[in-house]
Design a binder for this molecule. Sequence first.
Ligand SMILES: Cc1cc2nc3c(=O)[nH]c(=O)nc-3n(C[C@H](O)[C@H](O)[C@H](O)COP(=O)(O)OP(=O)(O)OC[C@H]3O[C@@H](n4cnc5c(N)ncnc54)[C@H](O)[C@@H]3O)c2cc1C
Ligand code: SF4
Length: 506
Amino acid sequence: MPHRFDLVIIGSGAGGGTMARALASTGARILVLERGGFVPREPENWDPTAVWKHLRYRTTETWLDRRGRPFLPYTHYCVGGNTKFWGSVLYRLRKEDFGAVEHLDGVSPAWPIDYATLEPYYERAERLYQVHGEAGHDPTDPPRGPYPHPPIPHAPQMAETVTRLREQGLHPSPLPLGLIDPGAPDGCILCNTCNSFPCRRHAKSEAEVCCVRPATGQENVTLWTRAFATRLLTGPTGRRIATVEIERDGETLRVEAPLVVVACGAVNSAALLLRSADERHPDGLGNSSGLVGRRYMAHLATMMQGFHPFRLNRAVFQKTVGINDFYFAGPKTRYPLGQIQSQGRTHGVMGQTVVSWVPAGAYDVWMARGIDWLALSEDLPRPDNRVTVGADGRIRLEYRPNNGRAHRRLVRKMRRILRRLGYWLVMTHSHKTKNTTHQCGTLCFGTDPRASVLDPFCRSHDVENLFVVDASFFPSSAAVNPGLTIAAQALRVADHIAETELRSLS
Ligand SMILES: Cc1cc2nc3c(=O)[nH]c(=O)nc-3n(C[C@H](O)[C@H](O)[C@H](O)COP(=O)(O)OP(=O)(O)OC[C@H]3O[C@@H](n4cnc5c(N)ncnc54)[C@H](O)[C@@H]3O)c2cc1C
Ligand code: SF4
């Protein structure tokens, strides 16, 4: 016998978790399916060796790259999804990101909605995820009101860096950060194991803490962990999903619901639709455009470390500074280069993952004298950057980053900035084609069913009762972290579902 609910949400990360929280108060009977389990609260949460060397929380699943070679994607399957491990830098897209923007290597396409449409949902998402920040410092900020919480103060070393960046004519601004009650007895302690680590205190603003736990505290919301959605099966017309097929503890289960919200992350949502191909949808569910899985984007990202042998870096929580001076145009070019943000502290074992023969202890001495930054540039969509699935269901990710000239200029510029700050050496590292942390774009939204997979409310153009609310819907990747935009759009789609679909159910 199939299980019956009013709505099934597949995935409990930034998109799915936020959707569950937003719809919990409607009273609809909601089932959240999550392929992973809860991340336990344990000492290993903050142990760099457990997290970075033993990859304790990473998936063990391998994907194939464009040459068919297996690789371990940097992704996590658990309640809260990748938000459990994020750095919680929660930016709004810039107003201009919603329009078409010319870049050195091509054009970033326009979104079917503008900034003003998403603005009220950004505001709600910032409250839900308790974002700290201060408007008025970042020259690229879109029109906005004050942040719900004051900015996280810079550690003394970072405050001094900010002063010296200003002396270079730059406009450093406080990073918008989702942290819960910093300084309060049970709140965030601003430690040095935040970005890429789960928070042992549950003081990071992430989807499990801010959304899934409050939602499942209500009787009408059920969470099934270790429940992997394998296929979406359509009914007689082919226009609606009738059944969600699930593997759970070696059993095949079936769930029926009039509404299905897919939120598995950009790669897995595309894979689920492709695996759901049937006679009426031979190329995959919702794929009349041929775009399911295509236009994968991931940001061009380079970790940068300035090193000075006699300058000990005493900052514990270092991730508080953003530099957006080159977001719209670079020095000596009218084209955008991207953004720069300070990173969490690097630990010795993280260095070992790049060059393994150097002992972690030696790296620790090195890292104590380094300051860490991340340079991010927009990745431009192209159809041959794509997710496909093999006959065995295995994911293949064909990807080549697309906006390299802008990114190389950004990295060169940051290198010069760090040298002017007095650092003797600047080290860089990039995941390049294996970059999956900011994955997006595989089911893009738009108004034209021939040129997009989803409509502007993230409903499939082809399948009436299918919505997708994770990072898949992005038509362009912009150059800021994607999480807040995923959450804001999930809130917008939730309002739309509550006002239309759920109203007609009651
Ligand atoms: C180390 C790290 C740091 C990051 N830092 C930041 C940051 O500072 N700011 C920011 O904005 N973003 C950051 N990101 C990116 C951010 O985490 C993602 O953009 C965001 O979580 C994506 O949301 P999503 O809903 O698309 O997918 P996810 O949050 O990944 O959620 C997808 C969920 O679906 C589940 N799932 C997948 N397939 C199935 C299936 N078939 N059946 C059932 N369940 C399934 C997964 O287990 C997962 O829980 C970071 C990511 C990483 C890894
Ligand atoms: S205590 Fe604060 S800084 Fe440390 S992991 Fe938790 S949220 Fe991050």
